[in-house]
Each structure stands twice: as structure tokens, then as C-alpha cells.
Design a binder for this molecule. Sequence first.
Ligand SMILES: Nc1nc2c(ncn2[C@@H]2O[C@H](COP(=O)(O)O[C@H]3[C@@H](O)[C@H](n4cnc5c(=O)[nH]c(N)nc54)O[C@@H]3COP(=O)(O)O)[C@@H](O)[C@H]2O)c(=O)[nH]1
Length: 685
Amino acid sequence: MNFFLTRWRRLRLRVRKGMPLRYTMMVVVVVGVLLPALLLLALEQRISEKSQQALLTQSETALMKIGSVSIAEPMWVVDRVALDAAAVRLLESPQIVAVRIEDGLANTPVLERVRADFTGDLDRDTAGARLSRRAQAVMRNGESLGTLVLWFDADYGRGLLQARRDQMLVLVLLQTLAILAVLMPILVTRVLRPIERLKEHASALLEHNLDAPAAQLFVWRRHDELGLLGRHLGRVQEELRELFMQLGKKNAQLQQMAFYDQLTGLPNRSLFIDLVQREMLAAERNGQHFGIFFIDLDRFKAVNDSMGHAAGDALLIEVARRLREVLREVDVVCRQSGDEFLVLVRDIDHWESLGELAQRILRVVEAPVVLAQIPVKVSASMGIALFPEDGRDFETLVKNADIAVYQAKTLGRARYSFYHSELNSRLLANLELEQELAYAIDHNQLVLHYQPQVDASGGQLVAVEALVRWQHPTRGLLYPAQFIGLAEESGQIAEMGVWTLREACRQLADWTARGIMVGNMAVNVSALEFRDHRLLDSLQAALEASGVPPQRLEIEITESVLMAETETSQRIIERLRQIGVGIAIDDFGTGYSSLAYLKRLRPHQLKIDRSFVNDTETDSDSRAIVKGVIGLANALGLNVVAEGVETAEQQQFLIEAGCHTLQGYFIAKPLSVDALEDWLRKRTA
Ligand SMILES: Nc1nc2c(ncn2[C@@H]2O[C@H](COP(=O)(O)O[C@H]3[C@@H](O)[C@H](n4cnc5c(=O)[nH]c(N)nc54)O[C@@H]3COP(=O)(O)O)[C@@H](O)[C@H]2O)c(=O)[nH]1
């Protein structure tokens, strides 16, 4: 029961949701054929029932008549054998169940015959309307001989009707099946299948599966409504395919723009982040490692500035090509920004392999690139961070790789460096110091110490060199080595230089005003400051503000300034000479000393580097170099200062070699203003 209930519910649900067309059609055909036929059948049954009832009544009347006529003669002659035979003959009629002949003669027994297959009771069944009883007088020549009683089977008529209904039902079913057999194939081929195809076609369109076979192969030749619909769908499909093709192209373009660098064609940072994050998930799952290389081109800005942006672009394109070439298929390189590239190095078997790959990258980058027909050599500095050791998220990994780049640059560029946490703390400390330096410049935490330079022959003070110190509130007195590099990197060196010039000139003016004779004032100017045309303005402002004559100011520049001589530095040197400010070449002999620039720039003084002075006691080569520099300076009419004089022997050697000026701890260390004044007082005392 439950089974049928569930089926019925399911069917109702299906019907409510919408039965497949095939079933609907079958139901329509079956119901459409079967229902009228059944109605007709029912009607016909009703009519037949009525007409048959009349026929049966007539037939019963006729049987009564025939029966009474057939028994009249045997009754007259009182032939009981013939009478019995007549009763038996009457029973042969299927309508008659029992026959009773009641003779009118006294003492003549009633003759009753019942059909052999009848098992009921005549009186009871008559009362129950299963039998109908009819009686008729038997007449002969107007005289009543007795009574004939017949019992008729009431079910006989119903049986006939039932048999007829069954036959009709079979006919109706056969007719329905015949109609189904003829109609259904026609409906299937002409309606259902085309609709099915249309449905598949529309579904394929809906799923954007424009190359699905249903959408591709079906050609509609019919000219009816379905054919028209099919052809329309075909056209829609064509138009959609065209539209999707265009959309696909546009999408690809957008993807290219959103995820790839337009200049180099490499993945951009967004795509790279995505790939690295996926790699992290996979690596975490499988317990693997991978590396992030941060590549920064060295002196790319110089190429851009000197050769133009087109050359800079060409260089980046070429570097990107080389990186792609040198990396394995599984690795991913992206352009992060400007001259910075990031590489995701997958499937690392051992750390050494990372170093080897980094080395290969450095080599390919260093191969000369021809830009505007000039072969240009660039190098790269690289930082390497490892997952998961150096970071478990993208930002940390890249930040640490960047810190390692900083380390590689600090170590002299054109190399790679692995990140380690110590680097991070050093960088953080530097960053902190960098921020504090800005505050220090504005809040008078910088001080100048002055180191005396004395005449070699007479020992008189001829100049002092101003050397900057940082009186740090918590770290104590900091020396230039601890913050000049930072100031140069952060650009704060320019501001610091302005302050130094102003303070040195102010102090010189103060000493002069107080009658303290220190000679000239030497101020160090870094290579970076020298490339900034604002140096001249601040220098002139310092001279004007203090009233110090330009001839009493000496600017110390290193050989590196002259080596990287730019238009600006050339102009500055030229202008300094015009103003009358002295130029001293610091650390002379340590760089690529060129006689050509000495001739061109005509500095007024050379300062022999203290490494040569230190070695004069032990190394004959150093002695020869010192003598050579002194000879050269004499020949060019330049003053020579020996720096780093630490012993009496060194001083003696330098005096004998003909050096003009001496500076070093043996004479005096760099001194604060008060200490210098004390030192002077003691000398004159
Ligand atoms: N742009 C600027 N650079 C500056 C400024 N002040 C200093 N500097 C640069 O820092 C360098 C280091 O300076 P400092 O630590 O002050 O060292 C000087 C002397 O202390 C040291 N010196 C002098 N005599 C001796 C000696 O006998 N032995 C020895 N071991 N060291 C000695 O030499 C430094 C001065 O040398 P130099 O400049 O070559 O004359 C300094 O070199 C500058 O480059 C600044 O204000 N601006």
C-alpha cells in the first residue's frame, strides 16, 4: 500500500512540476481515445440493457406460450411421459431454470423439473429476485387443463450484457492501442524529437556550450513552426558564438592588462601574489619549500637618466627576456615595479641549488645589452627569502627578500644575499635611526668637531677640518660612519650638508671675531651632495650669513666625485673656483687617480690617504707613493696634506718628504669647540 502511495505522490509531484512532453502526449492520446470510447460503451450498455429487457420479456412470454401449447396435448390425454419430455425440452432454453406443471385433474401429482446445474432454492431465489416466476393456464379448446409455471434466470440477461460489454471493452482497448501505434511514431518523429532537439539546442546555448554537437550539427529543413524556431535558434547560436568570441578576446585583453606587465609581458604583482599564495597552500600541504628572489637592477636610474626612458624600457624588456630564459618552466618571474623583479622558485631540492640559480641570474643580467648601439653593462642585486622559514605570508616573504637585497647592495652590489633575521633587526634599527636623524637635524643634536691641520715645517695651525657628530639622546655620541650612509640613502644628506656648511662658517666667524686664529675651515661634502645644484646656494648663503671670506673655506671632495663627474658637479667645481673657495681632493690615491682631472679641475690641495701614511714606517711602496704624490703636487703647484699622522716617525718622514700640512691623532684628534680652544691655549702658553 505504502509503495503505491509513494508512487502516487511522486507522480503528482512530477505532474505539478511538469511532466516530460512525451508522457503528456501519451496521456493525452490515451485519454483522448479511451475516454470517449468508454463513454460510448457505457451509453451503449444502457441502451442495450433497456432493449434487451424488452426482448427478454418477449422471449419469456413466447416461451410461456410455446410451453403451454406443447404440454396441452399430453395433459389432455394424461400422458405423463410426454408431459415430462415436454418439460425437459423447455429446460433446454438457457433462460429457464425450472418447470412446474400443475394438472387440473384431482389427485394428479405436480410435475416439476429443475435444471441440473441449479443449486439454489426456487422460492428463496424468486423472493431474492435472482429468479422470476411466471405462471400461465394451459388451455385446450377453451377448457383449462392446468397451470404451467416457469422460473426464468434473472442473471441470464445480465450475463448477455456483461459478455457484450467485455467484447466492446476489448475492442476499445484494441482501438486505443492501434491509434497509439499509428499516432505515437508520427508524434514522436514530427513533434517530440524536434522539440527534444530544440530543447538540447537551447540548453547548449544556455550553458554557453556553443560547440556542443546538438548545437553544431542539427540542420533544420522543415518549414513549419518548429523548423522556423530551430533556424532562429541556429542564428541566435551563430550570433552568440560571434559575441562570445569577441568577449573572449576582450576578456583576454583585460586579463593581459590586469595580470601582466604591459612593458615586459611578465606577470604583474597581482598575478604573482595569487600564484605565490597558491604555492603556499600546496607547499604547506605537502611540507615543501620554495624561494622568493627579489631582483633589483643596480644603477638603473643612471641608464634612464643618461640614455633616456626608451633605453631604460629596452633594458627592462631584455632583462625580462633573459630572466624568463634562465629560469625553469616551473618558476615564475614577475615585474614588481620599476627595475624590480620577483621570482617564485618552486621545487627546491637543496638550498645550494637556489644559490646556483641566483648566480646564473646574476650572470645573464650582467651580459652587455646594446642600447642605442652602445653596449651597456648592468648588474643586479638579489635578496632571497625562503618559505616557510622566512615568512608564511606573501608580504613578509617579499619584505624579507627586499631586506636581503639591501644587504646585497650594502656588500657592494652585483651579488645575492639570503635573508636572515639579523638583517631584519639591523634594517629596523637603521630605519629607526633614519627617522631620528630628521629630528636631530631640526633639533640641534648634530655638532661639529674640528681636527687641526698644522704646517709641517713650523707647526702653526693653518686650518681645521669640520667633522660632524650626532649627540644622540640615548645612544651617546655617534660618529659619521654610523649615520652618513643612512643620510645618503634617505636623501637627508643634503639637509645635513646645508647645516654643516652654515655651522662651520658660523664657528669660523665666531673664532675670528674672538681673535682665535684657526686658519681655514675644511668641510667634507659627499659625492651625493655634489650632484645637487642646491649646494652652491647653501654655500653662498653660509658665506654671506657668516661673513667668512670664500678663500678661508675649503671643500673636501673624494676622488669618486671626480670619477662620476656629471654636468652639475662640473658646474659646481667651476663656480667654486670662481668664487674663490678652495677644493681639496680627499683620500687621494685610493680611487682611480687620474692626472687628467687634476689638470682640468685644478684643486688647490691633495690629501694623501691615511692608509699610505700609516704604512710609511713599514712599507717602502707606501713611502714611494707618498713621495710621488708630494712631487706631483709640487709640480702642479698644489698644497699637500698628509692625513692620519699617528706617530713622530711618520711626521718626521712626511716633513723630510716635503709634505706641506699634517693632520692626524699625533697632532690632535677631532676636538669639540671648547677642547680646540683649550688645545690652542695650551700651544700658545
Ligand atoms: N659629507 C660629510 N662627510 C663627513 C662629515 N664629517 C665627517 N664626514 C665623513 O666621515 C668620515 C669619517 O669621519 P670621522 O669619523 O670624523 O673621521 C675623521 C677623523 O677622526 C679620522 N682621522 C683623522 N686623523 C686620524 C688618525 O691619525 N688616525 C685615524 N685612525 N683616524 C684619523 O679621519 C677622518 C677624517 O678624514 P678625512 O675626511 O679624510 O680628512 C670622513 O672621512 C668624512 O668622509 C660631514 O660633515 N659631511
